[in-house]
Design a protein around this ligand. Structure first.
Ligand code: NAD
Length: 256
């Protein structure tokens, strides 16, 4: 029960990492504000409740600031305050490729959700955590913010670099307010986002050869890392980029 008595707002809870983290945090005693644009969020909240946890579902688009403000308002109104914010919702659009071919529309939408969405989440988390006397903010970046890929999604990659740099700066700004801000950088995962994109064995293998562990990660493995960053176990950690990627960002030559 590492989050006993804590209130956690998580975005992107309709699927993948967000869903797994809502279930894990609730099992560790947190009350959950589950935020997503998709109707599948209601299923996640039903799962949390079925497992004996406490959660509310909030339908919101993280790229729309009034939506984000309203979601954070629910944490205070219904649960009395906020201790943990996991700004995790993100998108990777189909026609996001290289710098020459990627449309302006795709660049704009990717930045609206992946960068402005995270920034709005940080802004409202900071305001709420100031009233609480502190808290932990976790922003989902990606391994692609640290290593280049010759199979590019340039807008997505740039957006995740922005998540890392804004996380670092906010961590320094708010360090003496007892507000910690860290990034979680997943490696390639066996979630809907990546598997719908890597839809042939060849595409999967093209990536797996670069992962020392030789497999995709699981959403539950990201939830475990998010739990560490959310809890007091990481109390002296801020401004960090926690890379949970099967060794990918450490690798030059991988095992045969
Ligand atoms: P996913 O697609 O399974 O889940 C993402 C969730 O975010 C969905 O439920 C979706 O409805 C929600 N969402 C999308 N746009 C939204 C918006 N504007 N407002 C509110 N909710 C919105 O993806 P996932 O794999 O769980 O990814 C979660 C995070 O992890 C993302 O930020 C992603 O970029 C990052 N990430 C994923 C991988 C991977 O391999 N899957 C690797 C590195 C980083």
């Amino acid at each position: 029960m590492r989050l006993q008595g804590k209130v956690a707002l998580i975005t992107g809870t309709g699927s993948g990492i967000g869903r797994a983290t809502a279930l894990r945090f609730a099992a560790e005693g947190a009350r959950i504000v589950a935020v997503d644009i998709a109707a599948s969020n209601d299923d996640t909240v039903a799962e949390v409740r079925a497992a004996g946890g406490e959660a509310i579902a909030v339908r919101a688009d993280v790229s729309v600031e009034p939506d984000v403000a309203a979601a954070f308002g629910r944490a205070e109104d219904e649960f009395g305050g906020l201790d943990v914010a996991f700004n995790n919702a993100g998108i990777m659009l189909d026609d996001d490729t290289d710098a020459v071919a990627t449309s302006d529309k795709t660049i704009d939408r990717t930045f609206e959700v992946n960068v402005k969405g995270v920034l709005y989440g940080c802004k409202h988390a900071v305001e709420s955590m100031r009233r609480r006397g502190g808290g932990s903010i976790i922003n989902t970046a990606s391994f692609v913010a640290s290593v280049g890929a010759a199979t590019p999604q340039i807008a997505y990659t740039a957006s995740k670099g922005a998540v890392l740099s804004l996380t670092r700066e906010l961590s320094v700004v708010h360090a003496r307010e007892n507000i910690r801000v860290n990034a979680l950088s997943p490696g390639p995962l066996r979630t809907e986002m990546l598997m719908s994109f890597l839809d042939t064995p060849e595409k999967k293998q093209r990536r797996l050869v670069h992962v020392p562990m030789g497999r995709f990660g699981e959403a539950d493995e990201m939830a475990a890392a998010a739990l560490f960053l959310a809890s007091d176990d990481s109390s002296y950690m801020t401004g960090a980029n926690l890379q949970i990627d099967g060794g990918l960002t450490a690798a030059y030559v991988t095992p045969e």
